[in-house]
Structure formats: C-alpha cells, structure tokens
Design a protein around this ligand. Sequence first.
Ligand code: DX5
Ligand code: ZN
Length: 220
Amino acid sequence: MIKISPSMLSADASRLGEGLEMLERCGADWAHIDVMDGVFVPNITIGQHVVKHLRPVSDIPFDVHLMIVNPIKHVPDFLDAGSDMITLHVETTEGVEDALQMIKDGGAKAGLSLNPGTPLQEILPYLDILDLVLVMSVQPGFGGQKFQEHCLDKISELSGIAQVRKIDLEISVDGGVNRETGRRSAEAGATVLAAGSSLFGAQDMAEEIKLWKGFATKVD
Ligand code: DX5
Ligand code: ZN
C-alpha cells in the first residue's frame, strides 16, 4: 500500500507539534520535514534544532528532506535530532556518496533527491546504497506549486530499473501532489506520496489520506 508523508511545511509554523500530532492521528505513515538553507534553494525553513524538539512529540518516522548545500556537514546533527530517513540532493556540489554512507552508518535510511530538470542517470550510480529516491515534481523551495507532468516518466523508469535489479527501493514523489497527480504517480511506480498543501488544506485530512491509500500502485 502506498505510504503518505505529509509535509510539515504546510503546517501552522507557530504550532508544529500540534501539526505533527494531527498528521499522525490522521493516518499518515511518515512526516516529511523540509529543511531549506536559503542557498541551495531561495527559501529558509527549519533546522536540526526544531527537528530535535519535535522528536518527543510523536513516534512517526521523520522523513527529512535536506535542500541544503554541503549536506555532509549537517548530517550528524540531523541524525542526532532523531531523523529516521535523511534525503539529500544529487545536485549538491560535493560529497554525495560520503554523506549517504554517513547516514547509513548513523542508523538512518539514506535517500537521494533530484530536481525536475536533473536526468535520472545522475542518481543511478548510487542506487545500491539508497533506501529511497525522492523525485521532485516541482522546483524545490516552495510549497503550493504545480506538478510537472514529465516527472511521471522518471518515476516509471526508476520503478522499472528497481524491479529489474531487484532493489528494495522506496520511490517518493514530492511537489504538487494532489488526488489526481498522486493517483497517477502511484500508477507510475511511486511508493510514497509527499504532499503539503493538498493534505493540510484538505477539509478532512484523515479522509483524504484514506482516499490516497486506496490508489492502485504499480508494485502491488
Ligand atoms: C518543496 C518541498 C515540498 C513541499 C511540497 O520544495 O520539498 O516537500 O512542501 O508542498 P506541496 O505539496 O504544497 O507542493
Ligand atoms: Zn520536500
């Protein structure tokens, strides 16, 4: 069954703990936490300090998405803060492989993300050490953007490669995911839907998550 990872970026930032409790109560599988540094992306969001303070609020796995340069410098802090999965971007200039290994050595799951304009080939050399690939379907930096359709082809190609190579890989899609684009991503091979505005903006988040969990997936 598809996993749902609501993005805390769309929660009320003055009450993040309550937002976390709510998504857990509504049946989310993971909590997606967007970390932006104002350098890799134009925006600045939250850092390890906030992640650490959110950790005791809930047992839900923390799916931490690092949109930062030089991730290797910060991985130890995010491990220490209680991250269950840490995803960095392949476009970051240095140390991708070392940072992924550091995440695994620290006992968390390692993920790699790619921007909409980055070819899938860029992440393939790392496939054997990855637990998760996060396919960005918007240019990272802001919530509430429109899903870029061509990313469905990337999901489908990656899912095919993982099946052929018998790799146990989560394929997450992030950006502009709603009922329609989420259903189509699941059919293309996504195993995780990360979504902010369409879940936190839903009239009833629990009903919305229930509906999304009913999407047919390529891997079922
Ligand atoms: C975008 C972030 C996303 C964002 C998704 O840079 O990585 O996780 O919160 O928000 P929506 O679902 O509103 O596009
Ligand atoms: Zn994200």
